[in-house]
Design a protein. Structure first.
Length: 373
């Protein structure tokens, strides 16, 4: 199995920690891990150098990381499922490095957005997680909101902005339509990187400038006063929803530092919800997953607005976003929720790998018919 981690996005370090957790959980009697790291400048590294890329990512590395390190490139030969060293002089000695399936743990752009998924499709390689369409739609927060709207899912009020357009006019629109406070996010990023809460016009301008450093598009949403609820999705046809969990931020919102640096957020699994609420949010999670045409796994995040700004009844559950490659660290909500639902960490990985192989078999049959035609 090829374990792909790292990547060019601002979530590079989160990916490294996820990779260590997964590698330690996989049964060494069933899986031989070929670790491949993608550096922040886009280089692909194998084994020894991949291992070095993980140093400092918590705990000792498992013994599965045992192949000598050389830079590698994908072998673009459908059905071969191998990597070749970039240095031709080492090819005879090393040979192609075969694998059966890829487990991509590359969060954010250039990994979670359909780019590497497209590469795997071209190479005819089975891989864990959503395909190109689901990955791309769920990664782009603007397209994701449009998918939610098309599926008539409840969402917070939002606006989008493309860099190069009139920022002053957009600020007027935000002030008039959404009001303050509001949240500003890069359209294509995760782990709360580049996210800021704006309490007034000057903070909106600064937050928008920050978000546009990460992506050409930005999303601005009304601030919701409510609880943060998360649900894990596993499977494809039909998908299943885990018990919900709740994030209690230690910061003003669930920021990157809150998640990975300060250790101040509390993750409640399962969430303290009434039975009817749990049933509702699990059903909404599946609808959001299907609206983005996701596959195999995702974490769906919600706001639970129990009281409106006017003091009246709130709107209930509002879908926030879908994450197609959720964190797999030891503290991450996705594996914790499935453990609470009765699927422990190692079994969760087994199921995801089985789903990847089954999907590849289905698609290969149809691809063969296309070639015959």
């Amino acid at each position: 199995m090829l374990l792909l981690f790292g990547g060019r996005s601002a979530e590079h370090d989160v990916s490294r920690v996820s990779a260590v957790s997964v590698a330690r959980a996989l049964d060494p009697s069933r899986y031989e891990i070929v670790p491949v790291a993608i550096t922040t400048d886009g280089r692909w590294l194998l084994a020894g150098e991949a291992r070095a890329a993980l140093e400092g990512a918590r705990d000792a590395l498992p013994e599965a990381f045992r192949v000598e390190g050389v830079p590698v490139a994908e072998l673009p030969d459908p059905g071969t499922r191998a990597l070749i060293p970039l240095d031709d002089s080492s090819l005879d000695a090393t040979g192609p490095l075969g694998f059966d399936v890829v487990l991509p743990l590359v969060h954010g752009p250039y990994g979670e957005d359909g780019t590497v998924q497209g590469l795997f499709e071209l190479a005819g390689v089975p891989y864990v997680g959503s395909g190109v369409v689901g990955s791309a739609v769920a990664m782009d927060k603007v397209m994701m909101k449009q998918a939610f709207a098309a599926a008539a899912l409840p969402v917070a009020r939002w606006l989008s902005f493309r860099d190069g357009h009139d920022r002053a006019a957009f600020g007027d629109e935000v002030e008039g339509s959404l009001g303050f406070p509001c949240f500003v996010k890069p359209a294509n990023l995760g782990s709360s990187v580049g996210v800021a809460k704006a309490h007034d016009r000057s903070e909106l301008d600064r937050a928008l400038a920050t978000a546009l450093e990460f992506d050409e598009w930005a999303l601005v949403e009304e601030a919701i006063v409510g609880r943060e609820i998360e649900v894990g999705i596993l499977g494809d046809d039909p998908p299943a929803a885990s018990v919900p969990g709740e994030v209690v931020p230690g910061d003003e919102f669930y920021s990157y530092a809150d998640k990975y640096e300060d250790d101040s957020a509390r993750l409640l699994a399962p969430a303290p919800l009434e039975a009817a609420q749990e049933k509702e949010v699990r059903a909404l999670a599946i609808r959001a997953f299907e609206a983005c045409r996701c596959e195999a796994m995702a974490r769906v995040d919600f706001f639970l607005e129990e009281q409106g700004r006017d003091g009246g009844a709130g709107r209930g559950f509002l879908v926030n976003e879908v994450n197609t490659i959720p964190g797999f660290t030891t503290i991450s909500m996705y594996p914790r929720l499935w453990a609470e639902t009765g699927v422990p960490y190692a079994e969760l990985l087994d199921r995801l790998i089985a789903l990847a192989l089954a999907r590849h078999e289905r698609r290969t049959r149809r691809a063969g018919r296309q070639r015959e035609g």
